[in-house]
Write a protein that binds this ligand. Structure first.
Ligand SMILES: Cc1ncc(C[n+]2csc(CCOP(=O)(O)OP(=O)(O)O)c2C)c(N)n1
Ligand code: SF4
Ligand SMILES: [Mg+2]
Length: 304
């Protein structure tokens, strides 16, 4: 049986330089660093406009050690398809192609290219880091911004619409591997990335990514806030492998246990200021119903 992954046995090789241009406390810095360690050196990245392009900086002082193609907003998955074609022509089919896009670049503007590439069975891994708004351009609401959240383009009562369930959309394409992850549980992300890398075809990750600047909290609270999202059952860690759903990591360990109230998470960020007590109760009710479904259908984790 392989040794359990811990921070001590991750590869020491770094693909993201320290001192990059992300805000302090940015969850994206954590996930990018850890997932690139799992992807390894023989990887080509494809990235649309986003905070990630800012984090990476500009040649010749880019923060990333791996080759990266910066592409237009709508074309990430189409551009990744082109990179795969070029690699095929060169006989380099072992090179991993990893697309990284924000929620705006995935759930909204890049969705048709992503859907088409998945339907064609393109051999890439697509990572959506979800900070739940268009952060790079000043916190505009996106398709994954939760209901009632305040952004610079929502009414003072918050976003009136529900968020899109993008992993469910991707799973509906019949992909062999769909996973969620969180910047606050980087080892779970690492292990899933290692697993996904060994598979063939389109693979999709949806990563909950705390953003102090856009969510309204102090940078030192990022990891704690990401954990609260999982501990309250609002954001769940899972994978869908060949159509089979399985809770993983902390979420699997929560089966059969009492969850923290969603209020513990919602009170930590100024973007939730417009929520009334009735809204909070409604959110709690939705989470309770979702988890009642898990309790009926999921096996408890053997290590819980
Ligand atoms: C077609 C097009 N529309 C708008 C922009 C401006 N733009 C650049 S980054 C960005 C926000 C991206 O949001 P998201 O994908 O969620 O990534 P984040 O900034 O949150 O990391 C926008 C609107 C653009 N570059 N191209
Ligand atoms: S705005 Fe948010 S996502 Fe963007 S770099 Fe800053 S903390 Fe990270
Ligand atoms: Mg975003």
């Amino acid at each position: 049986m392989p040794a359990k992954t811990t921070v001590l046995n991750l590869t020491e090789e770094e693909f993201v330089h320290p001192g990059n241009r992300a805000c302090s406390g940015c969850g994206l810095s954590i996930i990018y660093r850890i997932a690139l360690k799992a992807l390894g050196r023989d990887t080509i990245l494809v990235v649309p406009p986003s905070c990630l392009t800012v984090l990476q900086g500009l040649y010749p002082i880019a923060a990333t050690q791996l080759p990266c193609l910066n592409v237009t907003f709508a074309s990430t998955a189409a551009a990744a398809t082109g990179v795969l074609g070029a690699l095929r022509a060169q006989g380099r089919e072992k090179t991993t192609v990893a697309a990284w896009a924000g929620d705006g670049g995935t759930a909204d503007i890049g969705l048709q290219a992503l859907s088409g590439a998945c339907e064609r069975g393109e051999n890439f891994i697509f990572f959506c880091y979800d900070n739940e708004a268009y952060m790079n351009t000043g916190v505009q609401r996106s398709g994954t911004t939760p209901r009632h959240v305040l952004t610079t383009t929502t009414p003072i009562t918050g976003k009136p619409h529900r968020s899109k369930d993008v992993p469910a959309i991707m799973a509906a394409h019949g992909l062999d591997y769909v996973a969620t992850a969180s910047a606050s549980y980087p080892i779970d992300l690492y292990d899933k990335t290692i697993k996904a890398k060994a598979l063939y075809g389109p693979r999709y990750f949806h990563i909950h990514t705390p953003c102090p600047a856009g969510w309204g909290f102090q940078p030192d609270l990022s990891v704690k806030i990401g954990r609260l999202a999982v501990e309250t059952g609002l954001f769940d860690l899972y994978e869908i492998e060949n159509g089979k759903f399985r809770l993983t990591g902390k979420s699997a360990k929560m089966l059969g246990k009492k969850r923290r109230p969603v209020r513990d998470y919602l009170k930590t960020q100024s973007r939730f200021k417009a929520l009334t007590n009735d809204h909070i109760e409604a959110v709690q009710h939705e989470v309770d119903i979702k988890w009642a479904g898990y309790e009926n259908t999921c096996q408890p984790s053997p290590t819980a």
